[in-house]
Write a protein that binds this ligand. Structure first.
Ligand SMILES: *[C@@H]1O[C@H](CO)[C@@H](O)[C@H](O)[C@H]1NC(C)=O
Ligand SMILES: *[C@@H]1O[C@H](CO)[C@@H](O)[C@H](O)[C@H]1NC(C)=O
Ligand SMILES: *[C@@H]1O[C@H](CO)[C@@H](O)[C@H](O)[C@H]1NC(C)=O
Length: 404
C-alpha cells in the first residue's frame, strides 16, 4: 500500500485482485474491494490539500458586476513548496452551465444577472512537478449571493427596450409594472466599466407623470463592455421590485438608413444602385445592407450585400423598377443589432422617361402660346380704350387717332 497514487487514481485496482477473484466467492471479493477502496479513499483525503477559505461574493454596487474573493488554504501539508492554483466555478443560479476559471490570483470579477441569485465554488489545485505529475485538488468550498428582494414581482417594469441609435445616442423605454401603488415612480441607474459608481438617469422620458424611459448622455467608448442597468422604484406605500439588465452597446445599434441612393440603368437588362453609409460614427466596414427591389408592382425581392453598391437584373418587359436599402451592424462588429428604417425609395420608369421628354418639348410650345394670347389680349384692350375715347369726346383729334 505504500505506492498508492494521489487523488483520483487512488481508485485504481491492484494486481492482487485477479488472485482473489479466482479463489474466493464473490462476497469475499466484494468485501475486500470495499475495504480496499475505503482505505484508498482515506489515504487520498489525507494527501489532498485544504480548500481555499473565506470565499465571498462582493457587490461593489455596479448593478451586476460582482467580485469573487477568497483566501489561500490554511495549510498546504506536504505540498509546502508547490505553486497554488485555484479552480473557480460560478454561475447564475438559473443557468445550467458553470463558468470555469483556473487562476493563481485571489479574486475574479465578472458580470451577473442580479434578478437571479449567484453561486460560486472553488477548490485548491496543485499540479506539475511538485506533485510528481499527478493533479492534487482539494474539496470544493461554496457560497451564494442574492440581492435583497424587495416588493412584489408585479411591481417590476416590463418590456424594457434599449436602442443605441446610430452608435451615438442611447435610449431605453419600458412599461410600468402591472400592479404598482398610487404615486410610485421608477428610477434608472446605470454603470459600465470606467465609471467608479453607478449613475442616475438625468433625462427621463415621462408618461402620465411617471418615468417610462431614459435618454442617456453621451456614452462614447462604452462599447464592447458590459453596460448594466437597474430600474428600481420608490413609493410611499410599498417598495417596488428592482429589475436588472445588462447588454453591450454595439449589440443594440439601430443605424440611420443609407443615404444618397443613385439608381442608374447602364444596360437594358440591368440596374446599378449605389448609396452612401449614413452620416455618423459607425465605421462603414461595420455595416451590412439589405436591398429590396420591385418590378411593375410585383412583390419585393431581397438581396444582401456588404458593399455600397449592387447590380440588379431586370426582367424582360418590366417598365417600372423601384428599390430601397436598409442597413445593420454586421457580424464582424456585433453579435446582433436592429435593422435601420428603409431609405427613401428610388424608381426608374420607362413611361415616365417618355413623359419627361414630352414635358420638355411642351413647355416652350405652351410658353409661346401664352405669349401670343397675352399680346392679343393687350391689343384688344388698347383697341377698346381707343374706341371709348373716340366715342366719349365728340371733337376728334387727328393726332389721337394716329396713336390708336
Ligand atoms: C515525489 O517523488 C519523490 C521520489 O519518489 C519523493 O521523494 C517525493 O516525496 C514525491 N513528492 C511528493 C509531493 O510526494
Ligand atoms: C435603486 O438602486 C440604486 C443603485 O443601486 C440605489 O442607490 C438606490 O438606493 C435604489 N433605490 C431604491 C428605492 O431601492
Ligand atoms: C430576356 O430575354 C432574353 C431573350 O429572350 C433572354 O436571353 C434573357 O435571359 C431574358 N432575361 C430575363 C431576365 O428574363
Amino acid at each position: 500500500m505504500e505506492s498508492v497514487p494521489w487523488t483520483t487514481s487512488c481508485l485504481a485496482l491492484y494486481p492482487g485482485e485477479m488472485y482473489w477473484k479466482a479463489r474466493y466467492p464473490k462476497w469475499v471479493y466484494s468485501a475486500f474491494l470495499f475495504v480496499l477502496l475505503g482505505h484508498s479513499y482515506s489515504s487520498c483525503s489525507q494527501i489532498t490539500v485544504d480548500p481555499p477559505h473565506n470565499l465571498k461574493i462582493v457587490d461593489p454596487g455596479f448593478l451586476g458586476h460582482l467580485n469573487l474573493q477568497w483566501q489561500p488554504p490554511l495549510t498546504l501539508g506536504i505540498f509546502q513548496n508547490c505553486t497554488v492554483q485555484y479552480e473557480l466555478r460560478y454561475r447564475n443560479i438559473d443557468s445550467e452551465d458553470w463558468e470555469t476559471i483556473v487562476t493563481k490570483k485571489l479574486n475574479y470579477e465578472d458580470g451577473f444577472n442580479l434578478n437571479q441569485g449567484v453561486e460560486a465554488k472553488i477548490q485548491t489545485l496543485l499540479m506539475g512537478h511538485c506533485t510528481n505529475g499527478s493533479d492534487v485538488h482539494s474539496k470544493w468550498t461554496q457560497t451564494s449571493f442574492w440581492i435583497p428582494l424587495q416588493g412584489e414581482p408585479e411591481t417590476k417594469i416590463r418590456e424594457m427596450q434599449c436602442i443605441y441609435y446610430n452608435w451615438k445616442s442611447l435610449h431605453c423605454t419600458w412599461k410600468p409594472g402591472e400592479k404598482i401603488p398610487e404615486g410610485a415612480n421608477y428610477n434608472l441607474y446605470y454603470w459600465y466599466e470606467g465609471l467608479d459608481h453607478a449613475l442616475h438617469c438625468a433625462d427621463y422620458i415621462e408618461s402620465d407623470g411617471r418615468h417610462v424611459g431614459c435618454r442617456f448622455p453621451n456614452v462614447k467608448h462604452a462599447e464592447y463592455r458590459d453596460f448594466n442597468i437597474c430600474v428600481n422604484g420608490s413609493s410611499s406605500a410599498l417598495p417596488l421590485r428592482a429589475n436588472y439588465f445588462s447588454f453591450q452597446l454595439q449589440n443594440i445599434v439601430k443605424p440611420s438608413p443609407p443615404e444618397q441612393l443613385n439608381l442608374t440603368q447602364r444596360k437594358p437588362e440591368e440596374f446599378h444602385l449605389e448609396w452612401k453609409p449614413p452620416e455618423g460614427p459607425i465605421p462603414s466596414q461595420c455595416l451590412a445592407y439589405e436591398v429590396q427591389f420591385q418590378e411593375d408592382g410585383a412583390s419585393w425581392l431581397s438581396r444582401s450585400t456588404e458593399k455600397e453598391m449592387i447590380t440588379l437584373q431586370k426582367s424582360n418587359g418590366s417598365r417600372r423598377f423601384c428599390v430601397w436599402v436598409r442597413d445593420k451592424v454586421n457580424i464582424y462588429c456585433a453579435n446582433e443589432g436592429f435593422w435601420s428604417e428603409w431609405s427613401s425609395q428610388r424608381c426608374l420608369e420607362e413611361q415616365q422617361e417618355d413623359g419627361q421628354w414630352l414635358f420638355f418639348i411642351f413647355i416652350p410650345v405652351i410658353l409661346v402660346m401664352l405669349n401670343v394670347i397675352l399680346v392679343v389680349f393687350l391689343f384688344v384692350q388698347k383697341q377698346r380704350a381707343c374706341l371709348k375715347q373716340i366715342l366719349g369726346r365728340k371733337e376728334v383729334h387727328f393726332y389721337q387717332e394716329a396713336i390708336c
